[in-house]
Design a protein around this ligand. Sequence first.
Ligand code: UTP
Length: 289
Amino acid sequence: MVARIRKAVFPVAGLGTRFLPATKAMPKEMLTVVDKPLIQYAVEEAVAAGIEEFIFVTGRGKQAMEDHFDLSYELNETLDRRGKTAELEQVNEFLPPPGAIKYVRQREALGLGHAIWCARDMIGDEPFAILSPDDLVLGEPPCLAQLVQAYSETGGNVVAVMDVPRDQTDRYGILDTPNPQDRLAEITGLVEKPKPADAPSTLSIIGRYILHGSVFSHLDRHEKGAGGEIQLTDAMARMIGTQPFHGLRFQGERFDCGTKEGWLAANIAFSLARDDRRDQTEQILARYR
Ligand code: UTP
């Protein structure tokens, strides 16, 4: 029996420089796809996977996220007075129970590994999930639920993976694996942002992970890696061989909403996937073709 995954970390302290100027005063994670901010999709995905504790690693200028997951008395009162029952439900139905969301600040954006390390005391020694809200996945079952299922089969560590074009390996964490075509690829090595010629495969990690708490002992070293940042991939690489470690080829499509093109594609794909938006979206697309 593997331990249940109860906690998830949401690293949301990044600067979002690839989406400036939109992210100058607004958190990247509050960018909307159709009608919901990215962070809400991530929390809903975590809820669907059975997560009970939600740990946000935030930074300066990220207040809007805390407000989004709080009660808005004025708005509630106004919607109630106007009889807008459906809207009232829309702004409250996604709120986890009081006390379920916790916040910790990463004082400096020193890298994803450092952001996760900031949550160490809230996780302790148990396996936990990580969701990067800017990686949005359209698919059923939701990506983290697929990962939890894979974890129940393998134990150890599991990360969501997908094929990327070889000329883009220097943007991702890449797997070394003897069975890259399988649903569950055994991970024998990990390298962050390798040059295409040096990449051991074209299988890339996306922003969904289930890791054992022992990752914190490796993150404790604060070693800088690719781009001068403290990389989660480097800490994960040190866990290989100590526990099972697999990459899951998840079912669904991933959108990098930290980029303008990924965000635009996500808006189109998510709109087309929704019964209440599909016809209108097709009409708009036809108009601009
Ligand atoms: P990104 O690699 O997209 O970095 O982070 P970024 O700073 O947000 O964006 P760019 O590259 O400047 O455009 C992936 C995830 O990790 C978080 C981000 O908030 C995002 O969810 N992150 C990254 C942190 O929380 N802290 C960091 O130091 C770096």
